[in-house]
Design a protein around this ligand. Structure first.
Ligand code: 7PJ
Length: 287
């Protein structure tokens, strides 16, 4: 269990997120082409709101405290999405989830317009893989009043896996996040509204990802809530030689290691299995 928890509760607009225990963020992809479950919410080439709601409801029942709604695929080489298309995919889903169930909705976006519209539709958290570096994103995020997850990524999705380089991956990622944290704070985003994420798989080789997980406690020591996404990622495929469909045991193992090194929120595709592991983790932690 991490000894460093500065904020036990995170204020997400009209909802509160309890971070005193490891928390599950379930992934809801509204993209036709995401790397692990792209297209699963589509019917006859159209995003189905009822399939999206069903999937969200299932994840809530299984134990997700947050549903992360994304409309841009960031897998290497994915097609860019227009702002209009991203708005059309994401906003109705955010609105429908908030109308139908009591869960915090986060919006996985780098687009200022999507941040603004999603917040108006009831989103409680912004999750930006580009750490608010897109023009206008920081100002838009500040205006929403919502907390933001700042993620580390080296390069851009299209080319980030070409030749990632670090002097020392843990120090470099920690340094980037510390600078971003300070910049955002200077520009009006209070520290109490900032979560950090090392960005597993975003501009990192297998060796980088493994070293980053091994040194994750150094990021936890930055005393901001720490979010990690390891679920089904290609490092599992590469270390174990497993296709996407066979990465659950690997995902659970890495997830638990991250929690033991201080992660507060785990972003996952397989909520029920993750909830079982965390239940056992808590049973032992409180024995
Ligand atoms: C992450 C994410 C992650 C955060 C994706 C995938 C690729 N957001 N969005 N952290 N990954 N904060 O689901 O494998 O690791 S998209």
């Amino acid at each position: 269990m991490s000894a460093i928890i500065i904020m036990m509760y995170l204020s997400c607009a009209d909802q509160t997120l309890d971070l005193s225990q490891p928390t599950i963020m379930g992934v809801l992809n509204t993209t036709p082409d995401s790397f692990s479950d792209g297209g699963s919410l589509f019917e006859r080439d159209r995003l189905s709101l009822s399939l999206a709601l069903q999937k969200a409801q299932q994840m809530v029942l299984e134990g997700a405290a947050i549903i992360d709604v994304g409309g841009e695929s960031t897998r290497p080489g994915a097609a860019a999405v227009s702002q209009e298309e991203e708005l059309q995919r994401v906003v109705p889903v955010v609105e429908a989830i908030r109308r139908e169930m009591d869960v915090i909705v986060s919006v996985d976006t780098s687009s200022p317009a999507v941040m603004t519209a999603a917040a108006a539709a009831g989103a409680g958290l912004i999750n930006d893989v580009r750490a608010l570096r897109r023009e206008g994103a920081l100002a838009a995020a500040v205006k929403t009043g919502l907390p933001v997850c700042l993620m580390h990524m080296q390069g851009e999705p299209g080319s980030m896996q070409d030749e990632p380089r670090y002097d020392d991956v843990v120090t470099d990622v920690a340094g980037f996040l510390a600078r971003r944290l300070a910049d955002c704070e200077r520009q009006g985003l209070p520290r109490q509204r900032i979560l950090l994420d090392p960005g597993f798989g975003f501009g990192k080789t297998v060796a980088h990802n493994l070293a980053l997980l091994k040194g994750l406690d150094k990021l936890a020591a930055m005393a901001q809530p720490l979010l990690v996404g390891l679920s089904r990622k290609s490092l599992i495929g590469k270390v174990l030689g497993r296709d996407l469909a066979d990465r659950l045991p690997g995902s659970l193992a890495l997830m638990l290691m991250a929690v033991q090194k201080g992660a507060h929120i785990v972003r996952v595709h397989d909520v029920a299995a993750t909830a079982d592991v965390l239940k056992l983790y808590r049973a032992v932690a409180t024995a």
